[in-house]
Design a binder for this molecule. Structure first.
Ligand SMILES: [Zn+2]
Length: 311
C-alpha cells in the first residue's frame, strides 16, 4: 500500500521561493493512475509482422510491390521433423512467393531477386506473360492464396526449366501449406513430388541442394518417404544417413528417432491387423509414391519439355 502524496509533503520548506502549492505533489506520479495507464501489451496482429517492399521483376523489370515478413519479429512455436516451422502470430510461408502482376513471373525471394538467363526470360514471356491475366490480392494472405501463389511459382519453374531442387523445395513448402490447412490428401501429393525432386537433385546436382548439404537431403528424402507411408524407402534413406561416418551426429540422431518411429508404427499396424476380424478384407491402398511417379512427377521432373512445347 502506498501512502498518499499529500500526507508525505516531500517538498515542504520551498514556500519562500513562491512554491506554496507543493504539498500534494507526487515525485513519481500517481501510482493508481499509472497502473490504469499501463497499457496491456498490445496483441500483435498479422499486419504487425509485415511490411511492404519494392523489388524489380527479373523478367520484365517492372517495380513490384511485395508483402514481406519481418524475420526479426518471428518467434518459433514448433518444428516438424521435415523442417516445417510454426511461428507465433503469422505463417511466413503464406508470404513466401513474390508475384509480378505485369508479366506473371512468380517465385521465392531468392528466385525473384536472382538474375535469369535470357533464354529463361524468353520462355516465361512466351509461355506465361503472353497469356497472363493480373490478379489483385488482399493485404493479408491465407492458405488458399498461398497455395495459388506457390502453384504459380511452380509453373514458372517448370517453364524456365529450373533445377529439380528448386521445384522440389516449392513442392515441399506447398505440402506444408496443405498440412496447415488440414488437407492430408494434397499434402501427401506434394510431399511425394518433393521426394521425387530431391532424389533427382541428389543424383544430378552438387550440394548445397536447396540450401542443404547432401546428408540433410538424404534425411529429408527418408522423412518424406515416411510421411507418405513408403516405409521401406524411408528405412533405406535413414540407413544411409546412419551408415555415413561423415554425417553430423544431430542428423544421425534424428534419423534414428524416425527409424524407431517407423518400427513403432509397423508394430501397431501388425497388432491392428491381428485384432481385425477376417470379415472385412482391407482394401490395399496404392502407395502414394508410386502414384506420384506416374502423375505430377512425370510432369514436373520428366516431362518439362513436353509441357513447355505444349503451350
Ligand atoms: Zn514482371
Amino acid at each position: 500500500m502506498s501512502e498518499k502524496a499529500d500526507d508525505l509533503n516531500l517538498l515542504s520548506g520551498l514556500e519562500e521561493f513562491g512554491f506554496t502549492d507543493l504539498d500534494s505533489i507526487s515525485l513519481y506520479g500517481d501510482p493508481e493512475s499509472k497502473r490504469s495507464e499501463a497499457v496491456k501489451p498490445k496483441e500483435k496482429t498479422e499486419e504487425d509482422y509485415l511490411f511492404d517492399r519494392t523489388v524489380e521483376c527479373p523478367v520484365c523489370s517492372s517495380k513490384v510491390r511485395v508483402r514481406a515478413v519481418r524475420k526479426s519479429a518471428l518467434r518459433v512455436v514448433s518444428r516438424d521433423s521435415d523442417s516445417m516451422v510454426t511461428y507465433e502470430g503469422i505463417n511466413p510461408l503464406f508470404y513466401d512467393i513474390f508475384l509480378c502482376n505485369t508479366c506473371g513471373y512468380a517465385g521465392t525471394e531468392k528466385q525473384f531477386t536472382q538474375r535469369l538467363l535470357k533464354t529463361q526470360i524468353d520462355l516465361i514471356k512466351q509461355n506465361i506473360s503472353s497469356r497472363w491475366r493480373p490478379k489483385e490480392y488482399p493485404r493479408i494472405y491465407d492458405a488458399d492464396i498461398a497455395i495459388e501463389r506457390f502453384k504459380l511459382a511452380l509453373l514458372n519453374c517448370v517453364v524456365r526449366k529450373a533445377k529439380n531442387s528448386d521445384i522440389a523445395l516449392l513442392c515441399l513448402k506447398l505440402g506444408w501449406v496443405y498440412r496447415v490447412k488440414g488437407d492430408r490428401e494434397n499434402e501427401v501429393k506434394y510431399l511425394t513430388q518433393a521426394q521425387v525432386g530431391f532424389k533427382e537433385a541428389l543424383a544430378k546436382e552438387s550440394p548445397p541442394i536447396a540450401g542443404m548439404d547432401g546428408d540433410s537431403v538424404e534425411y529429408i528424402i527418408g522423412e518424406l518417404a515416411r510421411r507418405i507411408g513408403d516405409y521401406k524407402d524411408a528405412l533405406f534413406w535413414f540407413g544411409r544417413v546412419l551408415g555415413n561416418t561423415q554425417a553430423r551426429q544431430s542428423l544421425k540422431d534424428k534419423a534414428r528417432d524416425q527409424k524407431y518411429l517407423i518400427a513403432d508404427t509397423l508394430k501397431k499396424m501388425r497388432q491392428a491387423q491381428t485384432d481385425k476380424t477376417a470379415e472385412e478384407p482391407a482394401e490395399r491402398a496404392k502407395p502414394a509414391a508410386q502414384e506420384g511417379k506416374k502423375g505430377l512427377g512425370k510432369l514436373l521432373f520428366g516431362g518439362i519439355g513436353n509441357l513447355v512445347r505444349g503451350y
